[in-house]
Design a protein around this ligand. Sequence first.
Ligand SMILES: Nc1ncnc2c1ncn2[C@@H]1O[C@H](COP(=O)(O)OP(=O)(O)OP(=O)(O)O)[C@@H](O)[C@H]1O
Length: 649
Amino acid sequence: MLSAATVMAPAAATQKSSLEVLLETIRKRDEQPKDAPPALPARPTCRGRLPTTRRPSLPAGFKLENGMAPGAAVETALVDNKPDAEKEIAALEAKEEKPVKGRIFGTKRKFPNAEVLEESPYVNESHEERKGTAICMDPPSVSSATTKTNGKAACTDIMDYVLRKKLRVWCSSPNAKWELGQIRSISGDDAEILLANGKVLTVSPERLLPANPDILDGVDDLIQMSYLNEPSVLHNLQLRYSRDLIYTKAGPVLIAVNPLKEVALYGKSSIMQYKQKIKDDPHVYAVADLAFNEMLRDGINQSIIISGESGAGKTETAKIAMQYLSVLGGASGMESEVLQTNVVLEALGNAKTSRNNNSSRFSRVVQRAQGERSYHIFYQLCSGAPPLLKKKLFLKSANDYNYLKQSNCLRIDGVDDSKKFTALVDALDATQISKEDQMKLFSMLATVLWLGNISFSVVDNENHVEVVSSEGLTTAAKLLGCTANQLVTALSTRKIRAGNDSIVKKLTLMQAIDARDALAKSIYANLFDWIVEQTNHSLGSGRKCTWRSISILDIYGFECFNKNGFEQFCINYANERLQQHFNRHLFKLQQEEYLEDGIDWAPVEFVDNTNCLSLFEKRDEDKKKLRDDFAALEKSYEARFGALPAVVG
Ligand SMILES: Nc1ncnc2c1ncn2[C@@H]1O[C@H](COP(=O)(O)OP(=O)(O)OP(=O)(O)O)[C@@H](O)[C@H]1O
């Protein structure tokens, strides 16, 4: 589920060492101009190590016996059926020495002699500079696979090699699909490609990317692939997915493809296999196991970062990791407690969106898109609260509340909110939230709903308002423990201080609506913080604290609709900053690891993909709202944490 957006560039032919170039790049990025996003906090000096990865030149499970592969029949038959070019590749690969040391982005391999280097597609121009170390870079990245000279397309070494040897290639079609084919011939500037369906295409080499030999089909770690380009990665993931192998490694990163169905990959017996190291196939269990063992071995806190688009399966993945860790943590009843806290947190933090019926969300108490719901807990409370509770909270059905009915979506297919409420109360009990506190929780939720039913009437031509006397007003006031008049004053006026005097000013309609909604949102935000605190307290109480932890980060996923609001802005901004932090952390660690071994390495170009602001650039009508919302956010941030670095120009 994690992806690393990086561009690996070959070493520049300057007098500076690659480390100097890298540090300069990082330094420049830190000297951010005023209108750029705030710099990330300095990465702490980290004693952490990257998980080691292996990159065998043949797929996992391929072993040599007396110099011959046990599956040699299969392997030989495969090789024998291949065109000469692939035989040559196989021969070249066989000549390569074993990897020097496992690395994230592939292993730097030693080549026995210059002859092999000349023929190998793994060699790039920077080899000459690096001969001293007898270590060779991996194939240039896809992005650098084609270059232009004098306006004419020219192929780099890799494509030259592939074209010359008439290897398998990926061919991009105008409908943005990739098709696999074999080069039949080259005539002039065009290549003739025989596709799998028998069709022959004549295309410019610019539309081709090298495909991996079929022996690499379905490898469980992408870094085992000779060519790491988009179609090859997608092809490999799809192939594995079709076999219900939803997990694939990319070095230390685990990629999970959402199966959207039950797959037989989980459960006690599978957990035991990973725990006892009987199995090491890519899996969330393996990631959790590694984090657990590294934490014990090094005494260092660990983090598992889960990232991906909305609906990609982050929350499910986080739960699977927690399931594994709670089993490893010992049989103290922790497992069920952890899983029960999920029920509570999901009720308050998740909602139905157009992409995901159980999406981790925030900021949607007062408004949302059509067809989406507010947080589950509101609907569960309205349909599942027993009669006495309903009476105490003056509760009606979800359809009676403006905050819930505005988006024309009150139900989720196949979900019984009433049953979910019963499960929620069980989970609150298991989380040791007292009945008294549960009552307060439900009462505050009902307050939020009743606040949404308060309306205003304009009383003069300056758009000033008065609060309409209604059931919403009296009930919200009762639940808040104040008088209706106090609530009216709070929602329709504001006090301005002028020296020692203070003047009370009536609010306009927009200001009053904002004040009402802000109160509802702030009650909900405080409730959520409170429940998190209670949950942590409950999980921590009575247990010996080792001061070591494994943090699992699961945040709301990136999303982009035709019309994007403040919620999308916050979600996408958080996701992009996280990705940026991840890239920076991961690649810097990798760099350090190389340097520790005395290996000078090509600089990494960090890709800053903070694009979410541009979502708004497209729509004028969004700009004002964004500016207003952001100003409010800035104000509240500054009130809590002090001056904010410049973020939006
Ligand atoms: N490993 C899995 N096995 C079976 N189903 C899964 C798995 N992962 C995800 N799903 C399905 O996909 C749905 C969406 O997953 P999930 O809620 O974890 O997405 P998310 O990435 O957390 O989304 P958001 O960012 O919107 O919160 C789940 O409700 C579940 O039906």
